[in-house]
Design a protein around this ligand. Sequence first.
Ligand code: 0A1
Ligand code: ZN
Length: 861
Amino acid sequence: MSAQTTNRIARSRHDYQAPAFTIKTMQLSFNLHSTATRVTAVMQVNRETPGAALQLDGQHLTLIAITLDGRKLSAEHYQLSADGLVLPEVPDSFELCIETEIAPQHNTALEGLYMAGNTYCTQCEAEGFRRIMFFPDRPDVLCQYTVTIKADAKTYPYLLSNGNKISDHIDELGLRTVQWHDPFPKPCYLFALVAGDFDLVTDNFITQSGRDVRLELFVDKGAAAKGDFALQALKRAMRWDEQRFNLEYDLDIYMVVAVDFFNMGAMENKGLNIFNSKYVLADAASATDRDYFNIESIIGHEYFHNWTGNRVTCRDWFQLSLKEGLTVFRDQEFSADMGSATLSRIDAVKLIRSAQFAEDASPMAHPIRPEQVLEMNNFYTVTVYDKGAEVIRMLQTLLGRQLFASGLTLYLKRHDGQAATCDDFIRAMQDASGYDLTQFALWYSQSGTPVLTVKQQYDADTKQLSLTLRQETAATADQATKQALLLPIAVELLFADNSRQKQLFCLTDAEQQFVLPDVATEPVVVWLEHFSAPVKLHCQATTEDLLQIAAQASDGVARWDAMQQYWSRQITAVMQGAAVQTVITAELVALLKQWLELPAADLALTAELLTLPDFDTLAEQHDEIPVDAILSALSSIKMFLAQQLREAFLQCLHNLPQPAYRYQQQDVAIRRLRHLCLSYMAQLAEYDVVLQQHYQQADNMTDTIAVLMATQQAGSALFPQLRDDFCQRWQHDALVMDKAFALVATDPADTVFAGIAAMQQHRQFSWKNPNRVRALFSAFSMRNPQQFHRLDGAGYRLLLEAITKLDPINPQVSARLVTPLLSWRRFDKTRQQLMLDALQLLAAQSNLSNDLFEKVSRSLP
Ligand code: 0A1
Ligand code: ZN
């Protein structure tokens, strides 16, 4: 059944109704076959609502048979449609048995049961289970699963599902039958099945109460050594959750499977996580520091879901941030504890300021708890996930770590085994802390980015410091009027005598004044320490103040942030016509030199201080995005700095040690600073030899990619040659080729179109593999502003063609690709028209998926 014939009716949060029927247990059997898998479900169904018909969701299913309490039902007993099955008259309590047939091999959408190469695997969140079996596919129907899997024993040595294995045998014909039982009732989105042949890496973990948990990691044949880091990261996550939140794992086995075809990062299926192999496999030769960081944080994320997501799940999908915002917050705290707290916070802030602020300003703007959804897959967003995590972080800031932890404990205790709501979470936090969180709860229902304007006034006579704070949230596409939010504003006062004072203000009104008595001298104020609220800040700090904060604030994030503000101002000045040499003063150059000569204890922070804000972050500071002016200001400042600091960069590079590769905080920091130096040096042809040497001597992927990116961004003549060498060397490795695809796609040179065309013919490229498509096309549209926003429209047309080709194959991924076009209103008239043309061509296509339809239709005038 094509997507077009399924309905396009958006659902509203307020329309929630409790399920009319519940299903307490299910025996689910699979007879695996690539084009004709038979699935049988035996369900014990109970009526909850008198008089209601039984409605079961189902899509892309062939119905083979239904029996009710052992009686076979014929077509007049039910109504079958493209969206499911309705049984108008059923008893109050009965056993329902349904048999369906599905074709995993033809499932290119990668939802439901599909084939990732030769492996069978499932992805059921959000609404993929309905592609496996007719069932109430909603997270508030919790059911106990017993799963039977049958497949040829030789081809599929591993047949996996959730929970504990209860039987395993092979018959005389070589057919293997394995049974699994999951004692924890779960919604169907957490169901998982995997069948395949793997290398198995095992370990074990002794929980704080002394239980021995078996850990199993399944990876592609031959990749066992690349799984070790992920397995160790899993053990660190398990220990961390015990220590920080007193949360212990609950089954005797924890399995993680890495697959090569996956729409997202990973999935927290109970006891059987399924991962995109990109977020599992790593060794020094093929993975970068960033890859290692991502693996640790995603391994943590999926593990932390076992409590925040699985033991307590969501009542309906509007509540998604209940599990995702909270779990992102937890993985961020884990990453901060495992490595550099400053660096991981800076990364999170960059994401909010670029992608999340952009989403709030786009036609897809939504609160962290959306109000209206057509296709749920479109709401796995930076708003729900990352702004959601910021909301949780603000709660922790307001309540303090200890009360926050008590609130979490109460929430999990109260709702264990249930499907809960965001209101339930707030209530638990409120009950545990005694705080009134009524106003805070607005963060769940209000979209948009507040602008915080701050003013300080010091009275030398009365020794009073008055701080005036004003907040305003502009209307968003989804919501016209906004209210004042509760904003925790963390502040540090820096005094001339080097003393300092910290303070937390809670802004509750549109405007408020806070008066501090007995302030001996006028301080420099560090606003929004550690980015204490996800807002845009307007403040009157002078450039001297900003440089002082960058040098002295006790919070590394605040130091970085002051430099970001500083750079933004200078970039704006250049955009408005100032000469670079007047903007980048001799004093600044001297200060930067000093930082490079005597890099502080935190080398990575030094690198961050010298990194200019990226295009997307700068874009969010303008209502109409001045593409060309931003790009040209960025490149002239970068070139000027390279020239002014040419010896300092070289010297810094020489002074830094080059330890053998280990993914370890201190070494990551050294590499970060070395690579910063190289990125500036690549601007100057005189350093080509140095860059070439670095490329040739690199014995790890982090160093290799750093040279490639530096030369690419600088438009260095070296780049094409190094890139070709890289492609040649790694052509056999699909995950590394993704890096090569992205290097081709993010090249700011005009030759990028020919490069992308050639890469589509590469033997590793496949339209059916989301990683490949993202490496080429998301990289192009999201990280190559120069070519994507070309004034001849070639960039938009390239994306349009890719989306058109992809939508029938994988709607989830095609809908993600369209994101940059949706913001057409933010650009100049010429670009607006070109982007709109592309969107209109998409809208005119027949058979548009619901995923794409929802986004495109929201964005058209
Ligand atoms: N719950 C997973 C993310 C996820 C969501 C949807 C997916 O397919 C549509 C797959 C994974 C997480 O937060 O990690
Ligand atoms: Zn998640």
